[in-house]
Design a protein around this ligand. Structure first.
Ligand SMILES: [Zn+2]
Length: 206
């Protein structure tokens, strides 16, 4: 069976749908200060006959919860934030087309970066690129977005190819190195960085 990807924007609980001047509050919605909002994860639908906006619920199991571990690729970079398109949720294939936002600022003492470096030594410039595969943990579902953290030794970039030549890369301490052209770049890497992470997800992620 071929699973169809969600081709609509997923609505989050609490998300604004319409104003009460425009529509009435329908199924799975509520009103706050004249704003109609969603009660659950779902798909927004308008009933123009009844002038109602309703939410068709989607099974909650298909959405990340706080504490869930995600693996996905960086689809966008904006300032010190990255948007991660989720490919695996708790090591299972995930095809709801949802993304999570994560900060690339590494909190000291998080275990995410060598704390020795925070004490006056050179602070590395960490570089992230679209396509890098990242693992993180969901810590908030506020403001209609899934927020993930990469501040843990298990989190960060788990694999990437060389941005110059597309070659395979290996981990050397906190640096990745292209085995083809020698390109080196510092990123916040997960301890188990390597292609094996993806291979293992692909084989048991069904
Ligand atoms: Zn290369």
């Amino acid at each position: 069976m071929i699973k169809k990807k969600a081709n609509y924007d997923v609505i989050f609980p609490g998300e604004h749908l319409a104003f009460i001047e425009e529509f009435e509050s329908g199924k799975n919605t509520f009103v706050v200060d004249g704003s109609i909002r969603s009660l659950s994860f779902g798909k927004k639908e308008y009933d123009f006959k009844k002038r109602q906006v309703v939410i068709e619920r989607i099974k909650q199991a298909h959405f990340p919860k706080i504490g869930d571990v995600i693996v996905g690729y960086i689809e966008m970079l904006f300032g010190s934030m990255i948007s991660i398109r989720i490919l695996y949720l708790n090591n299972k294939k995930f095809s709801s087309g949802l993304s999570a936002i994560a900060s690339t600022r590494i909190a000291s003492g998080s275990g995410g970066w060598n704390s020795r470096r925070d004490r006056g030594e050179r602070r590395p410039k960490l570089v992230y690129r679209v396509g890098d595969i990242v693992r993180g943990r969901i810590f908030s579902l506020m403001n209609s977005s899934a927020h993930a953290t990469i501040n843990d030794k298990d989190f960060g970039v788990v694999y990437c190819i060389c941005y110059i030549c597309g070659g395979d890369t290996v981990k050397l301490n906190n640096t990745i190195k292209c085995i083809e052209c020698g390109m080196m770049e510092e990123k916040k890497l997960a301890v188990d960085f390597g292609k094996e992470v993806l291979l293992s997800l692909a084989t048991r992620g069904e």
